[in-house]
Design a protein around this ligand. Structure first.
Ligand code: FRU
Length: 546
């Protein structure tokens, strides 16, 4: 079953072939989801000058039809590549793409394109007006770093605004432009944010979240009960965000968290694993905000050439503001449940110290696993050396799944071969810290594959939760051949990882719950589903997917 895919995923978004990187301009329009992405139609390698906007559409965010390219590098203002950007749907019915073009001299400039017929269900035709670029590169931009415009929003003054990453005189900044007509744009004197230390940020995302509840908001929403999230990306796999208050008169943004918030590296992480260039959109159909992100390969580029494809997207995640007002909660969109097939359930199973409990009865190469661990006696938790607070990754490396602890490590062992030579662990470990507790979450790839030339790091983050009050911690893990996406503490801490196990070509794949803490751990509930294969950009029956 499912063999011979060479790591190709079954329900994550990827083109049938060739290179893909950033998500661009996800959009819900006329009852259809559209997804655009950085795409090299010619080969499976990044080619800065060859990038087009790939375009796919879906009725359910799960099954996708490939619709060709929406933008190609054919004009003087983008002939060296159509780089990242966003889409905006306007009240007057127009649909626009804002994107970065690399012009004939490889200078990064900003362009606009309009849907030729916004009522066309498939939005196949996009026109690039000849008056592009709408924004040439300003003189104070250094390092040719001026790119990745966000979805635009309307201020109360009736002007459109978008944010863009710009290195302004050597300082990594998020700059705002304003326009009445979407064609002539004026830059604000003050940036929305400036971050000393890192000159080049990429792929900003800026969107409102409701202070209460899980519903998403239209990108132009503001006022009482609304906060804003600024997200910035630092190459090659760090996406940071902070929640704040945005004043759309002054175009100022003030983070709500205390501490040194000028430095983006002190912000929270969208994901502690290998995920980049996240971009969200408002899904008016289900009133939610949905986030996409690029998940690059971790094998070698020659492996990619052999496979003929490179890069996938994270499974779309709904996101909302946690009740603490500071962190986001992320959760796979519910449509994934349409893929659920055979299920196994464990209720109240006790996994003793040193125990390994196999979850048998389903195929686990493409699976959705939800588990709740009851926290054993917290009193015994190990003391946390404060130096670890800054470096959870190192802490996971020193105290891995095999190193016995007090409260934990416990978690899942996934993508395991029969002889356990290949295995990936996702686990928690609870520490005492001052008068409270800290929950560490790790994904350890060091034994994920016996293959040579594959990167196998350890990923880690703390889960910001009240473990004393909750007395349990949850983990959801999506397994899909070469990707493992984990959501800890109900989606507060996420870790996405790529894996290239060799045993799956010939042998069975195994899934376990393990516990290497001092006390037994009770699995109050575990549900695991085999997932069906979605129709994702299948070359021949593309439109049938709709
Ligand atoms: C991020 C990025 C963007 C750029 C695009 C080019 O991965 O470098 O800043 O627009 O990729 O493909």
């Amino acid at each position: 079953l499912h063999h011979g895919r060479h790591g190709r995923t079954a329900y994550h978004f990827q083109p049938a072939k060739n290179w893909m990187n950033d998500p661009n301009g996800p959009l819900y329009h006329n009852g259809m989801y559209h997804f655009f992405y950085q795409y090299n139609p010619h080969d499976p390698l990044f080619g800065a000058g060859k990038l087009s906007w790939g375009h796919s559409a879906s009725g359910d965010l799960v099954n996708w039809a490939f619709l060709g390219t929406a933008l190609d590098p054919t004009s003087t203002f983008d002939v060296r590549g159509c780089w990242s950007g966003s889409t905006t749907a306007m009240p007057d019915g127009r649909l626009a793409i804002l994107y970065t073009g690399r012009d004939a001299d490889e200078v990064q400039v900003q362009n606009v394109a309009f849907a030729r017929n916004p009522s066309d269900l498939l939005l196949l035709e996009w026109d690039k007006p000849s008056f592009n670029p709408i924004i040439p590169q300003p003189a104070d931009v250094t390092g040719n770093n001026f790119r990745d415009p966000t979805t635009a929003w309307l201020g109360r003054d009736g002007l459109w605004r978008f944010a863009i990453a710009a290195e302004v005189d050597g300082v990594g900044s998020t700059v705002i432009y304003r326009s009445a007509d979407f064609v002539s744009w004026e830059r604000n004197a003050l940036p929305l944010h400036a971050s000393p230390g890192i000159p080049c940020w990429e792929c900003p995302d800026f969107f409102p979240v409701a202070e209460q509840g899980t519903e998403g908001l239209d990108t132009s929403a503001n006022g009482a009960g609304v906060r804003h999230v600024l997200k910035l990306s630092k190459a090659a796999d760090e996406d940071y965000y902070v929640v704040g208050r945005y004043d759309d008169e002054a175009d100022t943004f003030v983070p709500v968290e205390d501490g040194e918030q000028a430095d983006v590296r002190n912000w929270r992480r969208i994901d502690h694993g290998h995920l980049f260039a996240a971009k969200s959109f408002f899904d008016a159909r289900r009133k939610r905000r949905v986030l996409w992100a690029w998940v690059d390969e971790m094998d070698s580029r020659s492996d990619d050439v052999a496979k003929g494809w490179t890069g996938i997207q994270s499974f779309p995640r709904a996101l909302w503001l946690d009740t603490d007002g500071k962190q986001l909660v992320q959760w796979p969109v519910e449509e994934i449940e349409t893929l659920r097939r055979k299920q196994v359930t464990l209720l109240g199973a006790v996994v003793g110290s040193g125990g390994l409990h196999e979850i048998a009865g389903i195929e686990t190469l493409q699976a959705d696993v939800e588990v709740v661990f009851e926290i054993p006696n917290l009193k015994e938790a190990e003391q946390l050396d404060p130096k670890w607070l800054q470096d959870p990754q190192k802490l996971c490396a020193e105290k891995g799944a095999a190193v016995q602890g007090a409260v934990g490590p416990f978690g899942l062992t996934v993508m395991a071969s029969g002889d356990m030579r290949e295995q990936t662990t996702i686990f928690f470990r609870v520490f005492k810290h001052d008068d409270a507790y800290k929950v560490l979450m790790c994904t350890d790839l060091t034994r994920s594959s016996t293959k040579e030339g594959v990167q196998k790091p350890i990923y880690a983050g703390f889960v910001d939760m009240d473990v004393e009050k909750d007395k349990s911690v949850s983990l959801r893990t999506l397994i899909d051949h070469s990707v493992i996406e984990s959501f800890g503490g109900g989606g507060r801490t996420c870790i996405t990882a790529r894996v290239y196990p060799e045993h799956v070509a010939t042998g069975r794949n195994h899934l376990y719950v393990f516990n290497n803490g001092l006390d037994a751990v009770k699995v109050s509930k575990l549900e695991a589903w085999e997932l069906a294969t979605a129709s994702v950009n299948v070359e021949d029956d593309g439109l049938l997917a709709l």
